[in-house]
Design a binder for this molecule. Structure first.
Ligand code: KIV
Length: 297
């Protein structure tokens, strides 16, 4: 048997990294799991320093970072680019790279190929995909390739058009049972956790109780094992109404807007920059410079 040290990979986390099985242990202990989205290196560093367990490089980036109307247009290359920035600074949290629309639907092989790219090129620790049904097979194929896979059911923004918009799911008994069955199928396929989005709280609680793996809720009530919020929602990085399930912990858009307005006013009035913001030159060098300038005039 080889005694060589193992190199980090899908089955050997980097030093200091939260171990994937710890999530299930947290559920068993009743410890709530915190997850936040991040899309760049400074945000990931802040999230890590704040002590979050999971950082999701969500395809919500399409809307909150890239200005699209939905999550559909973002590409796998773009998601890998963002994930690479996040994984440069997020040390302890597990970083989950979201597989965007079009990167896993065609076949199990396509799904595994996209997941591998997310790990190898993006540096993600694991990946997430949306849906159940045929997507259960995609999740199983990824899990069987030794890659951590997170499920996502309820409101799945990649299929918002089919769902009739960004609206709550599982609000009839039949729909709630379908979500319950989907969650069990994803657990059986090997998912390490499942996001429940915009699902009535009692339905989420029932699903959470039935699963051994943790559920992470967004608009799914307090009965989930953990919660996730989108970076821009949590920090109030836009003005105007937020979805019902959002709690804003700051109003950074207001603060940033005020800072920008003050900067522009200072530039226009000449109040910025001040001497403390400028660089000096030794007197003798300045004299030589001025003499040289004089000679050129
Ligand atoms: O893309 C995303 O940010 C997500 C979360 C809302 C769970 O999928």
């Amino acid at each position: 048997m080889s005694t060589r040290p193992r190199t980090p990979g899908p089955s050997a986390p980097a030093p200091g990294k939260l171990a994937l099985p710890e999530l299930r242990a947290m559920k068993q202990r009743g410890d709530r799991i915190s997850m936040i989205t991040a899309y760049d290196a400074p945000a990931a560093l802040l999230a890590d320093e704040a002590g979050v367990e999971l950082v999701l490089v969500g395809d919500s980036a399409a809307m909150v970072m890239l200005g699209h109307e939905s999550t559909v247009p973002v590409t796998l290359d773009e998601m890998i680019f963002l994930t690479r920035a996040v994984t440069r600074t997020a040390r302890r949290p597990l970083v989950i790279g979201d597989l965007p629309f079009g990167s896993y639907e065609i076949s199990d092989e396509q799904a595994v190929g996209s997941a591998i790219r997310m790990l190898k090129e993006g540096g993600a620790d694991c990946v997430k995909l949306e849906g159940a049904g045929r997507m259960v097979s995609r999740a199983r194929a990824i899990a069987e390739s030794n890659i951590g896979i997170m499920g996502h059911i309820g409101l799945t923004p990649q299929s918002a058009t089919k769902l009739g918009g960004f609206r709550a799911q599982g609000r009839t008994a039949d729909a709630a049972i379908a979500l319950y069955d989907a969650a069990l199928a994803l657990e059986d396929a090997g998912c390490f956790a499942i996001v429940l989005e915009a699902v009535p709280a009692p339905v989420s609680a029932g699903i959470t109780a039935a699963l051994e793996i943790p559920t992470i809720g967004i608009g799914a009530g307090a009965g989930c094992d953990g919660q996730v919020l989108v970076w821009h929602d949590l920090l109030g990085m836009y003005t105007g109404p937020a979805p019902r399930f959002v709690k804003r912990y700051a109003a950074l858009a207001d603060e940033m807007g005020e800072a920008l307005a003050a900067y522009i006013a200072d530039v226009r009035s000449g109040a910025f920059p001040e001497e403390q913001h400028a660089y000096s030159i030794p007197d003798d060098e300045l004299a030589l410079f001025e003499a040289a300038l004089g000679a050129r005039r």
